[in-house]
Design a binder for this molecule. Structure first.
Ligand code: TXA
Ligand code: MG
Length: 318
């Protein structure tokens, strides 16, 4: 059910869970101060209890109420990227952040979204915990229709249209030796490096710094065959192709477009919609063109597609 801003604020104040738009993906929001609503998020999403939630705040100053780090230490980073698609994981003021949201960890994930509706909502009720608004393991939701597909037409959704970035926030994790990348995301590592003065390391996939990175992710029902080999030359080509509108896939039967291969922002924006469109069309198996550059946002898109294809398909590279 599409609801206006005032109604969303009211429901959240009453301890309900509401889907809200952000510039990255839709979130399943609840007030941090309503423990039952926070618990409900885990049930609705079928999310493992050990996977902590991001706390969304309305200002940099509000973040300091939940972080145990010195404000001066965080200032340059937050001033450069907030509001926007950066989440920081820092030692928590444990008395201010209920254990359920932290999944028992001593750290807290904090983010200030830039979407105008999310910002306006946070002016009325803050902070809000919000994981991505999809059933656990499924592609994230970048349109109100995606939320409705996962949670039903009567689920309350604040309609902010299509998310402008389409990929989750980048997660930086504080460590006494410096910042490390907990999750690739919409904000590039290169942009972060310019502010930090060094390139933050990635955590390894065997030992992720974010508990959620261990889990099955972003997967449509369709088995995805990822390929860097051209369609015409690939011995494993399939009739259904996911690729770019400015390329030819001779002999393909059905085509789903990420957008133009020259426009990485457009591809990011369309990524989850395309994965969800495969399910809506009841596609069983698709061949996916991943012949694109190794840099910034492309790398993030590639990583999401690898995860989406895991356990149900093969990958090929030239
Ligand atoms: O763009 C986004 O970040 C979206 C929008 C709605 O804000 N939210 C989002 O939430 O992607 P979610 O729950 O789908 O992913 C959050 C990730 C999970 O992998 C979780 O394990 C990690 O953040 N995380 C949360 N708190 C953490 C903590 N204290 N330490 C390490 N990782 C944490
Ligand atoms: Mg998620």
């Amino acid at each position: 059910m599409r609801i206006p801003l005032e109604k969303a604020a009211h429901l959240l104040q009453q301890g309900h869970v509401v889907a809200i738009p952000t510039e990255t993906v839709y979130g399943l929001a609840a007030s941090l101060h309503h423990p039952d609503a926070v618990k409900k998020i885990f049930t609705i999403k079928n999310r493992p209890q050990k996977n902590p939630l991001i706390v969304h705040v309305r200002s940099i100053d509000e973040a300091f109420e939940y972080s145990a780090l010195e404000p001066d230490f965080l200032h340059a980073l937050l001033a450069a990227f907030w509001p926007g698609p950066l989440t920081i994981v820092v030692p928590a003021q444990v008395n201010s952040v209920p254990e359920a949201a932290r999944a028992g960890l001593s750290t807290v994930a904090l983010r200030m979204p830039s979407h105008p509706l999310a910002a306006a909502l946070l002016q009325q009720i803050s902070p809000l915990v919000a994981p991505s608004a999809n059933r656990s393991g499924k592609p994230s939701a970048t349109d109100p229709e995606h939320v409705e597909a996962d949670f039903g037409l009567s689920f309350p959704v604040l309609d902010g249209g299509h998310c402008s970035l389409g990929i989750e926030s980048t997660i930086l994790i504080y460590d006494t030796r410096g910042w490390r990348m907990g999750r690739r995301g919409a904000l590039s590592r290169e942009a972060i490096a310019q502010v930090l003065g060094y390139i933050p390391d990635y955590s390894t996939s065997e030992q992720p710094l974010c508990p959620g990175q261990l889990l099955k992710h972003y997967s449509p029902n369709a088995a995805l065959t990822l390929s860097t080999i051209s369609y015409e030359q690939c011995p494993h080509r399939l009739p259904v192709v996911v690729g770019f509108c400015d390329r030819q896939y001779r002999g393909a039967h059905t085509f789903f477009s990420f957008g133009a291969s020259s426009n990485v922002e457009e591809v990011a924006r369309n990524l989850y919609k395309v994965l969800r469109d495969l399910d809506a069309a009841r596609i069983q198996a698709a061949w996916v063109d991943i012949d694109f550059p190794s840099e910034n946002l492309w790398d993030t898109i590639r990583e999401r597609l690898y995860k989406a294809s895991q356990s149900n398909a093969q990958s090929m590279s030239s």
